[in-house]
Design a protein around this ligand. Structure first.
Ligand code: FE2
Ligand code: FE2
Length: 168
């Protein structure tokens, strides 16, 4: 049985994962407007992944005897001055999420909630991947700078991203 405090913290994380999803959806809108279909594809998959994170926590809270409550969220940023700025903003966001996940883990540890700790481990590892994949794109965009052809190549690369098999 989840403690009320951990239940509340997980509910906040559900809303934050939903918020992450809409940040990426807004970024997809920007890339569509910029005619960068590969980056749009990447952002759309990111959007879906974040929704699946929210769903994962939703399921855990319900199964662990908690009560899900969904909170409102602020509007995401819809305007970016360059692809690099959008991906840098994505990295900053993921770093914030990593802090939140670590905070949740510390709460679960303090409460000696073993099930929650094991559940949260998946998210701890996931955040390593999230930060690494965005950092790689940032390095490529920095290398490309204002070279249009280079940007097209990065876009082409990101068009190859396919949906990961559904996490169990
Ligand atoms: Fe997430
Ligand atoms: Fe994420």
């Amino acid at each position: 049985m989840l403690s009320p405090a951990l239940n509340q913290a997980l509910n906040e994380q559900i809303s934050y994962e939903n918020y992450s999803a809409f940040i990426y959806k807004a970024m997809q809108g920007y890339f569509e407007a910029e005619d960068l279909p590969g980056m749009s594809n990447w952002m759309n998959l990111q959007f879906q992944e974040e929704l699946s994170h929210a769903e994962k926590i939703f399921r855990f809270v319900c199964d662990a005897g908690g009560r899900v409550e969904i909170m409102g969220m602020e509007a995401p940023n819809n305007k970016y001055s360059s692809p690099l700025e959008a991906f840098e903003s994505a990295l900053e966001h993921e770093q914030k999420v990593t802090q939140l996940i670590n905070g949740l883990m510390e709460k679960a540890q303090a409460e000696k909630d073993h099930a929650a700790q094991i559940f949260l481990q998946w998210f701890v590892t996931e955040q390593i991947e999230e930060e690494a994949s965005v950092s790689l794109i940032i390095s490529q965009l920095k290398r490309v700078k204002d070279d249009g052809r280079g940007l097209m190549m990065v876009d082409q690369e990101l068009s190859k991203r396919a949906a990961a098999p559904a996490a169990e």
